[in-house]
Design a binder for this molecule. Structure first.
Ligand code: ZN
Length: 160
């Protein structure tokens, strides 16, 4: 079976940045399960997996436009320190989950200047070229329930 729309694929992957540093990896843990064509994973990786079968192993480099997008300077904003109640020490690089107009997002502290905290609402991987080393470990038809939900259930997917 080939990976195509409405097919579930389980993949093992290691993601590295331009310097070869590992950002994320599923090796040694559960594979990542996704529903092809449902936008579960970034477009560049979905494109690279199209048509692949079990056992396929390959490397692909994905530009920001097909990954998490370019960095948007408009998503940087300065907020008062009082917004971070309950946090003893605020330092650049810290990440928080915040409820925004676009749902739950990760914001990163970009700069601390006294009571003025610059936060960055860009995805942590925005603006980065992503290098994936991928192996396809399973390809199967999606269940009707998975198609209805737009994501995979069970191993590597949602448990609910
Ligand atoms: Zn579900």
């Amino acid at each position: 079976m080939q990976i195509a729309n409405n097919v579930v694929a389980l993949i093992e992957y290691t993601l590295t940045d331009d310097k070869g540093e590992v950002i994320d990896s599923s090796v040694g843990g559960e594979p990542l399960a996704y529903l092809h064509g449902a936008g579960n994973i970034i477009p560049g990786l979905e494109d690279a997996l199209e048509g692949k079968t079990v056992g396929a192993a390959f490397k692909v480099s994905i530009a920001p436009a097909d990954g998490y997008g370019e960095k948007n300077e408009g998503l940087l904003q300065v907020v008062p320190k009082s917004m971070f109640q309950g946090v003893d020490q605020i330092e650049a690089g810290m990440q928080f989950h915040a409820q925004t107009d676009h749902g739950m997002q990760v914001i990163t502290v970009a700069k601390v200047d006294g009571d003025n905290i610059t936060v960055d609402g860009n995805h942590p991987l925005a603006g980065q070229t992503l290098h994936f080393d991928v192996k396809v470990v399973e390809v199967r038809a999606a269940s009707q329930e998975e198609l209805d939900h737009g994501h995979v259930h069970g191993v590597g997917g949602h448990h609910h």
